[in-house]
Design a protein around this ligand. Sequence first.
Ligand SMILES: [Zn+2]
Ligand SMILES: [Zn+2]
Length: 352
Amino acid sequence: MRALRLHRVEAAPSIDSVELPTASDGQVLVRVRAAGICGSDRHIVAGHNPLPEYPRTLGHEVAGDVAAVGAGVASIGVGQRVAVNFLVSCRSCEYCSEGRASLCTNRVGIGVARDGGLAEYVLVPENNAIPIPDNVPYDHAAIATDAFASPLHAIRRSGVRAGDACLVVGAGGLGLSAVQLLVALGAGSVTVVDTEPLALEAALRAGATTATTAEELKARGTRDRLEDRVRHSFDFVGSPETVLLALDATGRGGRVNVVGLSDRTLQLVRGEVLVREEKTIAGSYSFDAAEIREALDLMARGLVQPELVIGGRIDLDQAVDALHPDGRHDRSTGRTVVRLDPAPLEKETVPA
Ligand SMILES: [Zn+2]
Ligand SMILES: [Zn+2]
């Protein structure tokens, strides 16, 4: 089968011909129909998040249909449409026992530490294959698994309530999804900050109350002069500059949720300010299966519009350029989704 493989960092991935995996005990072979390209894939290619080993098939935002199941798989059958939860958790460590799979001490990422879904087929544990509602297409289901589920996790952890003023920093795939989720969940206002005019336009289409640059936000004065006191900020960039911006724009008692991954050191604010204003800074990583199901449900009910997040659709060959370390990827906003239509398995390769 064809797979987009990264052989080393700071080099373009290539399309390789690799052996079709077979579904062993408890595993499900998914025929990939759509896979999103995430900002973290670009970080992996750039060498900011080194992988345990190379080459590796990338792709952690995946949807398709079940082509084969291994022995003992009971909950899911061949032909079923599924989204892939990329986070394989152990289901037995103290965090898994508390229902916090995103913190699993033994977690392994599909498309990170094992082969991912920028390929014709991907092998996933039965529990990581999540059924897709009938009226949600594959490319929407793919971005439900990270672009929507990751901000949903941060929003739930932050405890956003109806009417709360919110700030979103970075209007890429996750940021645009966050705007829609916040609007759908009843946020009072959503201010979006980005550097790119096209991203700001996309944010307004996605439902942002205000879309502005960091410079404009600062020129409007401190947080005290924002129309609403920001209670929850969501930083999808995670750089020292954006975290500081979010911290400054967040009102007293508010919470800054850092979702964007950065390998740079954060230098924040005079400790006294943090204390006197009782602000919280929290990291938020990935999601759990229930949040993917919730994102799919919001899509099925038409409460979020994935089309406003998808900035482009390409095929697997074009994904090589989209992930090129020279940054020669298309400049469209939001999420780029790779669409695939692999030939069905030959009958004889399906286990009896
Ligand atoms: Zn991602
Ligand atoms: Zn665990």
